[in-house]
Design a binder for this molecule. Structure first.
Ligand SMILES: [Zn+2]
Length: 299
């Protein structure tokens, strides 16, 4: 096996340790070994670094089509990768991945280059589509697909049994809070996914980033509440801005609801815009804000 001494083990699951502790642009990749086959889950930059030493790998599973979750897939071009139909195109093709962010052309040009140089993304020929409830049998160990949309439309978790390890991908329980800034993102769907997760009993809840693995349902539920609470905090930030005076969406984007002021990534403006628009739409439906002219104001 290609695991190292500093990798973390949970039953039959190995989490590949990274120098970044899973922090973006890195991520947590899992190796899940059955008696018949070994699955590689969310091949990250760390997999790119280790190369074939990670192997042998028989199949891959990708929770969703974001760059940090497919960065190591090029190490195993011959292996079938599994993803939800809504995100499978982004796993197959760099251009589909890029299109998911809905950036303008100039930002897309910058990010296209980063996908190639920083992430090593090449696209993947053999991508097979899996949906909620599908089971991948590794021999004495199974992976059950749990569709958890919202972050992206095809975002999926994976329940590994008999270990009771639930991989929840980018519902990553970090202080950053939930991300729903893609073209296919949907905040209401994401909150429904949180509710679904609250009902799933597992021993371990594994995230794709620096929060790592949370043990026990009680600790998981507390972490999920804190994480989900960031959505309400963004509402408060937004309402605070509108309380000062009516604002255009561009002004809200400029102030930022999601990223800190110093963060300069090509997708920040579009992510901020889509996030602001979803919050405004929800607050409008709730009768809390209203559009007037080109601005938004407290009702
Ligand atoms: Zn993601």
């Amino acid at each position: 096996m290609g695991s190292r001494d500093d990798d973390l083990r949970y039953g039959g699951i190995t989490l590949l340790a990274s120098a970044e502790g899973g922090r973006y642009p890195c991520g947590n990749s899992l190796l899940v070994a059955g008696t018949e086959a070994t699955a590689l889950v969310d091949p990250s930059i760390e997999v790119g670094r280790r190369g074939r030493a990670v192997g042998p790998v028989d199949l891959a599973f990708v929770s969703h089509g974001h760059e940090d979750h497919v960065a190591g897939l090029h190490v195993f071009p011959e292996v079938p990768a599994h993803a939800h139909p809504a995100d499978a195109p982004a796993v197959r093709e760099t251009e589909a991945l890029l299109a998911g962010f809905g950036m303008d052309d100039a930002a897309a040009d910058v990010f296209r280059e980063e996908l190639r140089t920083d992430f090593g993304i090449t696209g993947h020929a053999d991508v097979r589509e899996v949906t909620d409830g599908d089971v991948i049998d590794l021999g004495g160990r199974t992976l059950t697909v749990v569709h958890l949309p919202g972050h992206t439309a095809g975002h999926c978790g994976l329940l590994v049994e008999p270990d009771g390890f639930l991989f929840i991908g980018d519902i990553d329980l970090t202080g950053f809070g939930p991300y729903y800034g893609d073209v296919s993102s949907d905040l209401d769907a994401l909150e429904a996914s949180f509710d679904r997760l609250r009902g799933i009993e597992a021993r371990w809840y594994g995230t794709a980033h620096q929060k790592g693995v949370v043990e026990g349902r009680e600790a998981f539920l507390a972490a999920l509440d804190t994480y989900a609470g960031v959505v309400a905090r963004r509402d408060e930030t937004l309402l605070g801005l509108l309380a000062e005076r009516p604002r255009t969406v561009a002004e809200v984007v400029e102030h930022r609801l999601v990223y800190r002021p110093h963060v300069q990534l090509p997708f920040v403006p579009t992510v901020e815009r889509r996030t602001a628009e979803q919050h405004l739409a929800r607050l409008e439906r709730a009768g809390v804000v209203r559009a007037e002219g080109g601005t938004w104001a407290i009702s």
